[in-house]
Design a protein around this ligand. Structure first.
Ligand code: HSE
Length: 307
């Protein structure tokens, strides 16, 4: 086999109570990445469709993660990558992560899977570093492992997979503005109050318990962000309105997806998900900002081989 195509999913990081720690994998939106084995050594981005991103492999998330993988091998051939980018850069739903994860899963498959998923996460983190300046693990982990993940430690890497309650749906509202992860990180304080840390830790702990117990009520009581959201929500037009409408219509919790501007709403069942999507769309239509909304289940498999 010399060529492979993968679907590499979008993700939601942070999930309100777990800044840089929690993430979940989405089902219906992701990049399509084709990797081909070639005679020439190295990694080459051959095609980039959808969005205008660097073709220089070192500066491209898919290329940089692939180069990190290649460094661990002694091989006399290389790979070229075609990227059909669906996940908009600067959207907050793990755009760089989906490319970074897709290329390494594809190459690993072509090589007969010499690397573990944990090693692939480590390589994909280098894609994140190239794209946003920080080797964050909370988007690439769910993109590769699927489901909910928790970054116990980024260095040394220790990632935990968490259970997915079966009735969970995610509604995403994506205002068509761009927020660069790097900028969105810079506005956060370096220090936080001990009392805030206590509250946020309690929510994170109860969130994990809620996933294990499929306790939707506890999940709802845990989905709060008292540390990051107060700063970042200022960058997202009408965030508070969207959150209020989501909660009024039955959302278990609503917050900023990753570094924004996308807003996620987690809910139980398709009926409530559709109602929330409808109501927030009706509201956002009254603003002058273009947006997309979509509903998805949690993707429990991560990057998927297409052919
Ligand atoms: N945890 C990261 C952040 C995710 O919030 O900056 C970036 O999408």
């Amino acid at each position: 086999m010399n060529q492979i195509k993968v679907f590499s999913p979008a993700t939601v990081a942070n999930l309100s109570c777990g800044y840089d720690i929690l993430g979940l994998c989405l089902e219906h939106i992701g990049d399509e990445i084709t990797v081909r084995k070639i005679k020439k050594k190295g990694i080459y981005i051959r095609k980039m469709k959808g969005f205008d991103l660097p073709l220089d492999a070192k500066k491209n998330a898919a290329g940089a993660s692939a180069l990190a993988l290649l460094k661990k091998l002694d091989i006399d051939f290389g790979f070229e990558i075609d990227i059909f980018k669906i996940v908009k850069p600067g959207s907050g739903i793990g755009s760089s992560a989906s490319s970074a994860a897709g290329s390494v899963v594809a190459i690993n498959h072509l090589l007969g899977n010499p690397f573990s998923k944990k090693q692939l996460i480590q390589f994909a983190m280098e894609g994140e570093r190239a794209a946003c300046g920080s080797a964050i693990a909370d988007n690439v982990s769910p993109a590769i492992l699927g489901g909910f993940t928790l970054v116990k430690s980024a260095n040394p890497l220790d990632i935990l997979s968490l259970p997915t309650p079966k009735d969970l749906f995610v509604v995403i509202l994506h205002p068509q503005i761009e927020i660069k992860t790097n900028d969105s990180r810079k506005i956060l304080p370096n220090k936080i109050l001990l009392t805030d840390s206590v509250k946020q830790s309690a929510n994170l702990g109860s969130f994990v318990s809620a996933l294990y117990e499929s306790d939707y009520d506890l999940l709802s009581r845990s989905l709060h962000d008292i540390i990051v959201e107060p700063y970042r929500s200022k960058l997202i037009p009408y965030f508070k309105d969207v959150k209020q409408i989501s909660i009024q219509n039955g959302s278990l919790g609503c917050g900023i997806s990753g570094s924004g501007p996308s807003i996620f709403s987690i809910c139980k069942g398709a009926v409530i998900a559709k109602k929330i999507a409808r109501e927030i769309s009706v509201f956002y239509d009254t603003t002058s900002i273009k947006f997309h909304t979509f509903i998805t289940k949690v993707n429990t498999t991560g990057v998927r081989i297409k052919q």
